[in-house]
Design a protein around this ligand. Sequence first.
Ligand SMILES: [Zn+2]
Length: 69
Amino acid sequence: MVMQADYSERNLKALQDWAGTLACPVCFGALRLETAKLVCVECGRAYPVENGIPVLIAERAELSGGSAE
Ligand SMILES: [Zn+2]
């Protein structure tokens, strides 16, 4: 997994504001913003955030099923 360093801080702040209004497209759970991804608090899927834009596509989500990084 490559750390993305080129997302802008401003984008992330804006994202933080509306992350709470977004829902997981799979289970409709709430999404929590992490460093460069949106993580579903219900099913644990992690959606990538590319250049400050969240990619809420189920096929693109990473399933973090307990594996630590
Ligand atoms: Zn979910």
